[in-house]
Design a protein around this ligand. Structure first.
Ligand SMILES: [Zn+2]
Ligand SMILES: [Zn+2]
Length: 504
């Protein structure tokens, strides 16, 4: 058995010729249809689930747990009671025969369904309601198959001698599980009796088929033994109990037969996937991208990892795992340039996801890796600054707000930002003068903003009436005012930060 290179505890299902690497279902690109290597893009060689499936005798504990669920157990109990009731009323023989057929038919239909589902990789017992209809006709078909086989053996013994008859009988007994399997798969009598098909099945499975026979024999003997023990003590309970135990064993055996089909699917020429490992039938594009990132990360191909992360941010802007993982990666690997680039994206993401409690700690983490980092959006800076002010980290708050009127001259909330800055400066020792200047600047900015608003309103009115308005001062566009007024407002120095740090 081969294991996945990236998940050393999981069995491999694919092999890449190019990379000489084994992979599991999780670590391959399964879009659109053919599996391809995440690393080199080559088509992969499928190893099938047969590689992963453990032999059936190792699965015995699971097999015995298979019928232990409410649905299967209630069917076992009901059919057992029904068939015992049928035996207890011989006077109404038609009714009792019907009841018996109904009970046995339901159990047979359910057993065949179990086999089929297991062969397709479903390791949990199906719902009883799935196996509700057609039980009696299946039972009659199986009865016909058995009668035909018995007649064949009898005829052989009669016409060709007891030796040939005995040999044929032996072969029929050996083939009987294979015939049952074929019957479950096709629900056709002719297909089931076809000796070549049964022999081909036995040939494909090989020695484990013999083990299954031994196993069935042990179970049948144990039912007989149980009956002898309990039958002597409580004859009345004995029938119900015996019927229940044999029904239970029947389900276990049909599950095991189905499991053998699943295990030898490659030799039998079909392909099924186990649902044991809670694998989804179809992966989401985001999950596939996440899986590829994990593979490339384990391969150490960081350049492609970064490219894929940026692709993920665009494609899945609401998928937290990509943002969180990439941030963790940059933080642990101390990638300064990448962190400076990604920092604002991550802070915006946290804001968008209402994870505001994370904003300041993440901001500080980013600055540990990229010391000069400041967010690229003025609103985010103000938001961070007011949180930091509340937390008492005034130095960092000043850094965030300082010089904003130059970097974001068009930001509408500039006055509020500077009022905030002035209240922060007031908290610092020897900064009263600066705080006052800052407040003055905020007031000036407010006036500019008002004038700007007025000018914009007038420009709009002008557009609407198509008449020039004389109120407007000539040659002064709103942006020019900002630049002009901005020039003499350059007052807030970087020093308060240093003095604050000294004060701390
Ligand atoms: Zn894997
Ligand atoms: Zn490859």
């Amino acid at each position: 058995m081969q294991y996945c290179k990236y998940h050393p505890l999981d069995g491999a299902t694919y092999y890449c010729e190019q990379c000489k690497v084994h992979q599991c279902d999780h670590c391959v690109d399964d879009e659109p249809v053919l599996a391809r290597c995440f690393v080199c893009g080559h088509n992969l060689e499928s190893l099938g689930s047969g590689n992963k499936a453990e032999p059936f005798w190792r699965r015995l504990p699971e097999a015995f747990k298979y019928p232990l669920n409410a649905s299967s157990m209630s069917l076992i109990v009901i059919t057992s009671i029904a068939s015992v009731l049928a035996m207890l009323m011989p006077f109404l023989w038609i009714l009792s025969l019907l009841l018996y057929l109904f009970a046995a038919g339901a159990l047979l239909k359910y057993s065949l369904t179990c086999l089929e589902h297991t062969a397709l990789g479903e390791m949990k017992a199906p719902d009883v309601l799935d196996a509700y209809q057609g039980g009696i006709s299946l039972l009659l078909k199986l009865l016909v198959i058995t009668v035909v086989l018995v007649l064949l053996v009898g005829a052989a013994a009669n016409y060709l001698g007891p030796a040939v008859g005995g040999l044929l009988g032996f072969i029929v007994v050996i083939c009987f599980p294979a015939i049952l399997i074929r019957f479950a798969q096709t629900e056709s009598m002719l297909e089931a009796i076809n000796p070549m098909a049964a022999l081909a099945l036995i040939g494909a499975i090989g020695l484990p088929y013999g083990l299954l026979m031994v196993f069935i024999l042990i179970m049948m003997t144990s039912v007989g033994l149980l009956q002898e023990w309990i039958g002597q003590l409580f004859p009345a309970v004995s029938y119900v109990f015996q019927s229940m135990v044999s029904s239970y064993y029947t389900l276990v055996v049909f599950h095991l037969m189905g499991y053998m089909l699943f295990q030898y699917q490659d030799q039998l020429g079909y392909s099924a996937r186990s649902d044991d490992e809670e694998e989804q039938p179809k992966r989401e594009a985001a999950d596939r991208l996440a899986a590829q990132i994990q593979v490339l990360l384990k391969e150490g191909d960081y350049e492609r990892v970064v490219t894929l992360y940026y692709q993920a941010f665009k494609q899945f802007p609401n998928d937290a795992r990509f943002f969180d993982q990439f941030f963790e990666l940059l933080y642990t690997c101390k990638k300064t340039a990448l962190m400076a680039d990604f920092g604002s994206t991550y802070l915006h993401f946290l804001n968008r996801k209402k994870r505001t409690d994370k904003l300041t700690p993440v901001f500080k983490q980013i600055r540990l890796i990229a010391p000069d980092f400041l967010p690229d959006a003025p609103a985010l800076r103000v938001q961070l600054a007011s949180s930091l002010k509340q937390q008492g980290d005034v130095a960092l708050a000043v850094k965030l707000l300082n010089g904003m009127h130059k970097q974001f001259p068009d930001y509408a909330e500039l006055p509020q930002a500077y009022y905030l800055l002035s209240t922060i400066l007031e908290q610092l020792p020897n900064m009263q003068a600066q705080a006052d200047k800052c407040r003055q600047m905020a007031q000036q900015l407010e006036k500019i903003a008002e004038r700007k608003k007025l000018a914009a309103a007038m420009a709009q009115a002008e557009l609407a009436t198509n008449k020039p308005l004389s109120v407007k001062t000539p040659g002064r566009s709103p942006s020019a005012m900002v630049t002009k007024s901005g020039l003499h407002l350059e007052l807030v120095p970087i020093e308060p930060v240093n003095s604050a740090e000294q004060a701390d």
